[in-house]
Design a protein around this ligand. Structure first.
Ligand code: HEC
Ligand code: HEC
Length: 385
């Protein structure tokens, strides 16, 4: 080809590609702005560091429904002996936990598990530590009729109390436009869930440091702790932090070995029996373990899948300083001991997750990591211990 023509073609290509580049740049800019507008926690009105909240289509939020839910959450009449409400275990002053290793319900009977917070629970994709429920609405059905929590025989007992209460009658009418005799447990749990969806916590010193660029928000030690959390400690592998939000959970299930010493001994024979009659996995658990020990099987009790033995959902770490003791069985007293547990690579068992391994942290690194965890407390839950 003639040299001049070749040159002309080349210039044309450069011209087209540079105008194309401009176009691409423009489109990208619009995309980024839209992306930020739609995903920015600030734009959606969630506290700094949280994603926008998803509200189910069949349970729209309204101020009146939220207020009703709050009343129901605190009503001790919905329990066998009139002493227990949701708030007995999920106490606001303790970031919606109870400070006990395992929960205590009616007549001070203890259950097998530690009370998790309900703050930011709206962001979980499954509920309970083994994920056996799939919405806040269905979750709220269970404690009311749990023998050792509210201890009611059935949900009709609550409906009787509510229908017989003039104030509730008016409130339900206001919110759901129904007469008193049409109130069902569905309305009750919808209201409770609406209230729970308002219990959001972000805007901690970490959020201000990481998402708002306030470099003074974290101490030097806590800032080093953040690095350890994301890198050497491998913590963010499960307690997730992304570029524009941090729920400190990936909503997945892992075996950390916590509480496993209780069941380890019988495990080999248990797994062998499971393989012979997989369909009746729940029956098989009963022949090997008592109720408390069955709790240690975690996610397995929901799925019956052998590799789910001892798995629990990654919990949030927000307000973690205020919610001791820790882990599903409340077996770890404080954050220093949590860090020691991870540092030694957890308690060995054949189902231990590969992401749990000895960390070889120095003493200073352990201190820094704990300082970081203490920087996850939101303003509403900050109080001198
Ligand atoms: C006796 C103490 C107690 C009472 C009363 C109680 N809870 Fe809980 N709550 C717990 C415990 C313990 C768990 C974890 C149980 C499990 O995972 O097996 C839990 C779990 C939850 C969860 C799931 C959190 C998560 O991390 O998935 C929510 C939401 C919740 N409770 C809300 C409520 C509501 C609403 C009520 C009242 C209707 C209530 N709780 C009454 C102790 C209690
Ligand atoms: C493989 C996933 C995984 C990794 C890695 C991981 N965690 Fe966890 N974390 C979990 C799970 C799952 C639980 C709940 C375990 C249980 O209750 O038995 C948990 C529990 C916790 C708790 C207690 C929460 C509570 O409310 O009781 C703290 C604190 C914690 N992790 C901090 C850390 C730190 C710090 C690191 C890094 C050194 C880390 N985690 C690494 C999955 C992980």
């Amino acid at each position: 080809m003639d040299q001049r023509i070749q040159f002309g073609v080349l210039r044309a290509v450069v011209y087209v590609s540079s105008s194309l580049r401009e176009k691409i740049k423009q489109v990208l800019k619009i995309l980024v702005v839209t992306l930020i507008a739609y995903t920015s926690p600030l734009a959606a009105g969630s506290p700094l560091g949280l994603p926008p909240i998803t509200i189910p289509q069949n349970n729209a939020q309204s101020p009146k429904k939220i207020a009703l839910g709050r009343l129901l959450f605190h009503d001790v009449r919905f329990s066998a002996n009139g002493t227990v409400s949701c708030a007995s275990c999920h106490q606001q002053a303790k970031a919606f936990t109870d400070g006990l290793p395992v929960a205590q319900g009616i007549n001070r009977i203890s259950g097998p598990r530690n009370t998790p917070t309900v703050v930011n629970a709206a962001f979980y994709t499954s509920f309970f530590l083994d994920g056996r429920r799939n919405s806040l609405e269905t979750q709220a059905l269970d404690p009311l009729v749990n023998d050792i929590e509210h201890g009611l025989e059935n949900h009709q007992e609550i409906i009787k109390i509510i229908r017989g209460d003039k104030t509730y009658g008016e409130l339900f009418k206001d919110v759901f436009c129904i007469d008193r005799n049409k109130i069902t447990i569905d309305h009750v749990v919808k209201s409770i869930a609406s209230y729970e969806r308002t219990l959001l916590a972000g805007d901690s010193p970490f959020d201000r440091f990481f998402f708002a660029g306030d470099k003074g928000a974290l101490s030097k030690s806590a800032a080093r702790g953040l690095n350890i959390f994301r890198r050497k400690g491998n913590c963010a592998n499960c307690h997730e932090i992304t570029w524009n939000q941090a729920l400190f959970t990936d909503n997945r299930f892992y075996n950390l070995g916590i509480g496993f010493t209780r069941v380890n001994e019988k495990l080999a024979n248990f797994v062998k029996s499971l393989k012979s009659i997989p369909a009746d996995y729940l029956g098989t658990t009963k022949t090997f373990f008592d109720e408390n020990h069955r709790s240690e099987l975690g996610r397995f009790m929901v799925t019956g899948v052998i590799r789910d033995i001892g798995k629990f959902r990654t919990p949030t770490l927000r307000n973690i300083e205020r919610t001791a003791p820790y882990m599903h069985d409340g077996s770890i007293k404080n954050l220093n001991e949590v860090v020691e547990y991870y540092n030694r690579g957890g308690d060995k068992n054949r189902f231990l997750d590969p992401a749990i391994f000895p960390l070889h942290l120095t003493d200073q690194e352990k201190i820094d990591l704990v300082e970081f965890l203490k920087a996850l407390t939101s303003p509403e839950y900050t109080q001198s211990p």
